[in-house]
Write a protein of this length. Structure first.
Ligand SMILES: [Zn+2]
Length: 422
């Protein structure tokens, strides 16, 4: 049975790797072929200059090549952790540490989960450093200094501990104390925790990393006020963020629920755009709010969580699963970690489905912006502008974008925008 479990996992694990690797190669080949023929999509004709076009090509290529090696590296790390006795070793260390310093039942599990997370984040350091300080820097995007980078990592670690330890404590306690129905209690707790984080993240955690300032007085603000009034969005929730501190990439997003909802515009975006374009982007973000997109995504995630916890509840005492990965007996914390490591190759097919839903939301928000402003031109210009400034891939392979993209390609968005009844 143990052999079967390992084989089944490896089949799915390799399948995931192959799918993603092949998609990346297809995309690279596709982009190269289009670049060689200088096939600029219609919507960008005459808007992107040849140097930017070449630069976006080089950037796409560099990222794709990096992805190739990062994927192989990720596979090696996961296989080493799973099949080289690292997990049982960490479990033993955790038991010793817990016995020595924290004599409560959940301590071993908490220490184990945290050390596993640490191993993975340490393992991701080389690729992360390379992406930030070489890849992004080479194309002029990286603004993160080594000092800021280290401060960010330490802050993230600290916050992770402050939130993670009590979270793990409750989950492990529920698993132990609630008998067969523990997973329903865990579902309620984790769902509540997610809701809490949606409120806490934008208001308490994000400000630890970035400065959020209400929009400055002026014509832009006045026009935003009018727009927000028309839509029914409280303008106290519109902020500019100093994204330029870390990267030259520009962006805008809508987050939070209830009183904690807010629209965030990167300072880089405000700088790069005309007033009409900026207003269109805001109208788009308000569209996400108006059409309750965050709530819808949350419900879908909760369904996944519910099903996932139910499956975990069936496996939590299944001896062969533990034996397959060199553990002599089942335990809740090992089940938790094994499940989250093993589930990936089985659930990665859900990623494209979530992206499909996300892209549907983007089309809706684009159309909402055009209808609210009674013109789609500004949104269209904003999209073209954002794409060029971020050196985004103008011609992704259709399969690649369908699989990976949470936003439709700019060409798809503009084509859809032109169909909106404004
Ligand atoms: Zn959007």
């Amino acid at each position: 049975m143990e052999q079967l479990i390992v084989t089944l996992f490896l089949i799915f694990f390799i399948a995931e790797f192959v799918v993603e690797f092949v998609l990346n190669e297809l995309n690279l080949r596709y982009v190269r072929a289009r670049w060689a023929e200088r096939k600029i999509p219609d919507f960008f004709q005459g808007k992107i200059n040849p140097e930017d076009y070449d630069k976006s090509f080089e950037y796409t290529l560099a990222k794709g090549r990096f992805q190739r090696w990062a994927a192989i590296y990720g596979v090696v790390v996961t296989l080493l952790v799973l099949f080289r006795g690292i997990l049982p070793f960490l479990d033993k260390i955790s038991a010793q540490l817990a016995a020595k310093f924290f004599p409560i039942a959940e301590a071993q599990g908490i220490i184990f989960c945290i050390t596993v997370a640490l191993v993975f984040s340490l393992a991701s350091l080389p690729t992360d450093l390379y992406a930030t300080f070489w890849l992004e820097a080479k194309f002029g995007f990286n603004k993160t200094t080594p000092k800021l980078y280290i401060a960010d990592k330490l802050k993230a670690l600290l916050i992770g501990l402050v939130i993670g330890v009590p979270f793990l404590f409750v989950v492990l306690w529920l698993m132990e104390a609630m008998g067969r129905t523990w997973w329903i209690w865990a579902f309620l707790f984790i769902s509540g925790f997610q809701l809490l984080m949606i409120v806490v993240y934008p208001t308490l955690i994000a400000p630890l990393f970035n400065k959020f300032t209400p929009l400055k007085e002026g014509e832009l603000r006045d026009r935003i006020l009018r727009l927000a009034d028309q839509i029914g969005f409280k303008t106290s929730g519109i902020y500019a963020m100093d994204g330029s501190k870390r990267s030259g990439h520009s962006n805008a997003y809508f987050t939070g629920i209830g009183k904690a909802k807010r629209i965030v515009l990167f300072d880089t975006l405000i700088e790069q755009m005309s007033m009409d374009q900026g207003l269109a982007v805001l109208a788009h973000e308000m569209g996400h709010y108006k059409m309750k997109h965050i709530r819808r995504m949350l419900v879908v995630q909760m369904i996944f969580l519910f099903v996932g916890l139910y499956i975990l509840s069936l496996l939590v005492n299944y001896q062969p699963l533990f034996a397959a990965f060199d553990f002599d007996h089942p335990s809740n914390h090992v089940a938790l970690v094994l499940f989250s490591l093993l589930a990936g190759p089985f659930t990665f097919y859900l990623g494209p489905l979530m992206n499909l839903l996300s892209r549907k939301h983007e089309y809706e928000a684009d159309c909402f912006a055009a209808m609210t402003l009674h013109e789609g031109k500004s949104m269209e210009e904003a999209l073209v502008n954002l794409t060029i400034k971020n050196l985004s891939n103008l011609t992704p392979h259709p399969w690649y974008s369908a699989y990976h993209y949470s936003h439709p390609t700019p060409a798809e968005r503009i084509a859809a925008l032109r169909q909106c009844p404004v």
